[in-house]
Design a binder for this molecule. Structure first.
Ligand SMILES: [Zn+2]
Length: 284
């Protein structure tokens, strides 16, 4: 049984640029916009479809998909009914980003992980919509010295699982390559080169390059699991921590930085959400 994990975001999807960014606005939060339903969903669906068809054609027999864009909104960004029958989604309330629940539903040893629709971290140059999970208030997030955002948290959550491909904004590959130098990098748009193709143009490119990545399986590597995960989260200007008197974990707060340590990645990522309760606007 070959199980593939597919983690999808949307800012790095084909066909979505600053000029049409309303395509990213989920209807449950932005009911006045219709570009998400009429256009944005088609873009990310096309990219995910290319990945899933390539995986199926290469002998993958189970795909577990997590659609993480606007986690907390009920409706999927991806038009799930268009995907091949071997694709399943994780059982999560409103697609909420509970990494331990996600990891727990997958096989002990999945065949591989692919990230798609991915954008670059906050601060990366020549990037479409660069941000680190929620920027602001999150300026940056580090785990064991790796500057991580959506790609890094997903790939580390699946530590030891071969990282096969990253698909998205050209500027997003840097984070992917820092986690695994052997990951296939498939660009669907490139701000530095002013390359803004349609999703119809990138579909065959994603399909063929995903096939190539899977054929190259023996040369792929995983982010290796670690015996400790040291996390550091920094807030952007204007935000400060409401420093609690006690913090029931190994860690400490400063005005704009919190650090904690856990011995497994699932706990480390759970605490990432736990500390959000202490975000506040700085007092003038
Ligand atoms: Zn997103």
């Amino acid at each position: 049984m070959k199980q593939l994990i597919v983690i999808a975001d949307m800012e790095g999807a084909s066909g979505i640029f600053e000029s049409n960014q309303a395509a990213l606005y989920h209807e449950e939060l932005f009911p006045d916009h219709n570009a998400w339903r009429n256009y944005g969903r088609k873009c990310i669906t096309s990219d995910v479809l290319a990945v899933c068809r390539a995986a199926r054609d290469m002998g993958i027999d189970d795909i577990l998909l997590y659609d993480m864009h606007f986690a907390g909104c009920r409706e999927s960004n991806i038009e799930l009914e268009k995907l091949p029958a071997l694709v399943r989604t994780f059982d999560l309330t409103n697609r909420e980003c509970w990494w331990s629940r996600i990891r727990g539903q997958a096989a002990a040893e999945p065949y591989g992980i692919i990230t798609v629709g991915q954008h670059a971290r906050n601060g990366e140059p020549d990037a479409y919509f660069p941000h680190t999970i929620h920027t602001p208030p999150i300026e940056s997030f580090y785990i064991n010295g790796h500057h991580v955002a959506e790609i890094g948290t997903a790939v580390m959550c699946f530590s030891d699982v071969p990282y096969l491909a990253n698909i998205g904004c050209a500027a997003s590959h840097k984070e992917a390559l820092e986690l695994s130098p052997d990951v296939s990098c498939i660009s669907v748009k490139d701000k530095a080169k002013k390359w803004e193709p349609s999703f119809d143009e990138t579909y065959p490119l994603i399909y063929h390059e995903t096939i190539r990545a899977l054929k190259d399986y023996s040369r792929k590597s995983a982010y290796p699991s670690q015996s400790a995960y040291l996390c550091e989260l920094n807030l952007s200007a204007d935000f400060c921590f409401a420093i609690p008197k006690t913090f029931p974990f190994k860690g400490s707060f400063e005005e704009r930085t919190v650090r904690w340590e856990a011995h497994d990645i699932e706990t480390a990522l759970s605490l990432f959400w736990y500390v959000q309760a202490y975000f506040q606007k700085c007092k003038p």
